[in-house]
Design a protein around this ligand. Structure first.
Ligand code: CP
Length: 308
């Protein structure tokens, strides 16, 4: 089986078979990662460049590790310290790198659509590692893998995405994926951080009350306030946000059921999540990070096979 697309630009472009194939392949790679020797020769002779024009901890390390586990040759590039600061365009930067015979590009960029632009102009396979407020497809895939691992299936699972929906590429990719895989999705947050027409545009329900949302859901995927993407005041203060939408152990203990807590990171402790929740048994945040390596190995492997 192969993917229906030669790039991974967004979950929007994948069908349910593609998503299932990635999750099944990731399961096989997760088993490889439990072995004493965690390296396989699957991508020997494939050269991958990681282009990070925006900061990252988890995604960048996870991709680099996934590439090394697959025996690919890798180069990592950060915009800071490069000739981008001298005014070089994105296309010139990438074409110069590609002239050194690169097969695949993993790219994070603050501009929504930057990887789509590259895919139109260069022959290498492109993987979107997060573009502006558009999509973060491998985050949604690792979130889905982690939910499937915990609950057995995504079909009928009740997932709440809580927080800054407006500026979150993680929210958008999760909504696409969960809808395609038969989960039920509620988005919850202050009205100013939820796009006005989201319920018409996507298969989601909007809820403004945190308590009601938590009583409904099996999983709460909690997002941080993306202050760096906001150019206006959309809520009064982080303290007030925490009072209305912050998840504390007290709130969870008052529910009639146990809710699984997820977060893509980085966490703003004491704002969207209290430490005793983030570090509790109900949280699968570090399992998400662990699963990210296997999921990214699956994506790289399947796309490399697609281009060969
Ligand atoms: N989840 C995520 O994208 O984290 P980083 O920004 O650290 O890569």
């Amino acid at each position: 089986m192969t993917l229906s697309t030669r790039h991974l630009l967004g979950i929007k472009d994948l069908n349910a078979q593609d998503i299932s194939l990635i999750l099944q392949t990731a399961q096989q790679f997760k088993e490889v990662l439990q072995r004493p020797i965690k390296k396989v020769p699957s991508l020997r002779d494939i050269t991958i460049v990681n282009l990070f024009f925006e900061n990252s901890t988890r995604t960048r390390i996870s991709f680099e590790l996934a590439e090394k586990r697959l025996s690919a040759d890798t180069i990592s590039f950060s915009a800071s310290g490069s000739s981008v600061s001298k005014g070089e365009t994105l296309l010139d930067t990438v074409n110069n790198i590609l002239s050194m015979k690169v097969d695949m590009v993993v790219m994070r960029h603050s501009a929504s659509g930057a990887p789509h632009f590259l895919a139109k102009h260069i022959p290498a396979a492109i993987i979107n590692a997060g573009d502006g407020i558009n999509e973060h497809p491998t985050q949604a895939l690792l979130d889905a893998f982690s939910m499937q691992e915990k609950f057995g299936s995504l079909q009928g699972l009740k997932v709440a995405i809580i927080g800054d929906i407006m500026h979150s590429r993680v929210a958008q990719s999760n909504i696409y994926l969960l809808s395609k895989m038969g989960a039920e999705v509620v988005v919850c947050g202050p009205p100013t951080l939820i796009p006005k027409y989201i319920a018409q545009a996507f298969d989601v329900r909007v809820e403004y009350n945190l308590q009601k949302t938590l009583e409904w859901c099996d999983v709460a995927n909690v997002l941080r306030i993306q202050l760096e993407r906001q150019n206006q005041v959309l809520f009064s203060s982080l303290r007030e946000y925490n009072l209305a939408y912050g998840i504390s152990k007290n709130i969870l203990n008052g529910l009639s059921k146990s809710v699984t807590i997820m977060h893509p990171g980085p966490i703003n402790r004491g704002v969207e999540l209290d430490s005793d929740v983030a570090d509790s048994d109900q949280s699968i945040i570090l399992q998400q990070v662990e699963n990210g390596v296997a999921v990214r190995m699956a994506v790289l492997y399947l796309l490399a096979n697609r281009t060969n």
